[in-house]
Design a protein around this ligand. Structure first.
Ligand code: PLP
Length: 325
């Protein structure tokens, strides 16, 4: 099945929220990416599936947390094609009793789901691939989070997409900020903006990993991109632009503080829907960086919205808030 090339996601000003934050705020709406529920994982997946299709695959195997956006997108794209899908998930297996959000969609898609300890993911993936082969299927293994070259390339192309939109709409961001996990999205954006000659500071807000490892992984993904392009001579200066910030990780992946919940509520009250696992952490960081003066008042800021609505639908972000705002 040929993959249609989706239209660019919108680039939109958010003046009311911007005023509340003290910024000129625009949002790149990858939460509205038009396939399989949207988000950055959907954008990455379409590029990854081009590879799977070239390889003649008819089954997908991947891994992620039990509420993984990547797992949801993989499951739905496989179902759309009539392919088998085997998901090796880690996290609280009790969620299977009352599935919500992404997990609900993984189940509805018909994917086979196995919940294992994080340390058992590798062997379980290998076993799934072997079992599918034994059934006569041609499985394609996707790294967790879509963390691979094709995933990064999809965001390099998205950087070019943003550049075109910025020129059309006469917006020149000084800061681009996003939630960063495996870092492929960030690496691609840094490369895409560098290709376009844009000097914006790109800030990845870690949702799980700590430095120095977190930044090193983004850098590795970035180097893989530049190696493919054979432009390592530019690499040294651009690599300095990889800014991966771990101060807002809190208690770790999927664990949102009351401050993150409050940021989610505040943004929603200004018409921007965030989630507690990814984008809420990022905007909470943006609020703090602005408040503490690290980002100056009036800075032309692009928030790259990477999705996560289904994570919001699986978590109570109201219980922690006194006045619900
Ligand atoms: C909504 C959302 N935002 C951001 C990220 C981070 O993307 P990456 O893994 O490419 O850094 C993820 C990853 O799961 C995500 O689901």
């Amino acid at each position: 099945m040929p993959n249609p090339t989706p239209a660019p996601t919108p680039l939109e000003p958010f003046p009311r929220l911007g005023e509340a934050l003290g910024l000129e705020l625009w949002v790149k709406r990858d939460d509205l990416y038009p396939s399989s529920g949207g988000g950055n994982k959907a954008r990455k997946m379409l590029r990854i599936l081009e590879e799977a299709e070239r390889a003649g695959s008819n089954a997908l195997v991947t891994t992620g947390g039990i509420g993984s956006n990547h797992g949801r997108v993989t499951a739905l794209e496989a179902a759309r094609r009539g392919w088998s899908c085997w998901l090796i998930l880690h996290g609280d297996a009790d969620s299977l009793r009352r599935p919500m959000g992404n997990l609900l969609l993984m189940i509805l898609s018909g994917a086979r789901i196995e919940v294992v300890e994080p340390s058992a993911v590798g062997p379980a993936m290998e076993a799934a691939v072997a079992a599918l082969r034994a059934q006569g299927r041609r499985p394609f293994e996707i790294p967790g989070g879509g963390h691979c070259l094709a995933g990064a390339q999809s965001y390099q192309a998205a950087g070019a997409e943003l550049d075109r939109q910025c020129r059309e709409m006469d917006f020149d961001p000084e800061v681009v900020l996003l939630a960063s996990g495996t870092g492929t999205t960030q690496a691609g954006i840094v490369a895409g903006l560098a290709d376009a000659g844009r000097a914006a500071r790109v800030i990845g807000i870690s949702i799980a990993r700590r430095n120095p490892r977190g930044r090193a992984i983004v850098l590795e993904a970035y180097r893989e991109l530049t190696d493919v392009q054979g432009r390592s001579e530019r690499e040294a200066s651009e690599a300095r632009r990889i800014e991966f910030r771990d101060e807002w990780v809190g208690e770790g992946y999927g664990k949102a503080s009351t401050a993150v919940h409050a940021a989610v509520r505040r943004a929603a009250a200004h018409g921007l829907v965030l989630d507690p696992t990814y984008t809420g952490k990022a905007v909470h960081a943006l609020e703090e960086m602005r408040r503490e003066g690290e980002i100056a008042r009036g800075t032309r800021t692009l928030f790259w919205h990477t999705g996560g609505l289904l994570n919001l639908m699986a978590e109570d972000v109201i219980a922690t808030g006194g006045d619900r705002r």
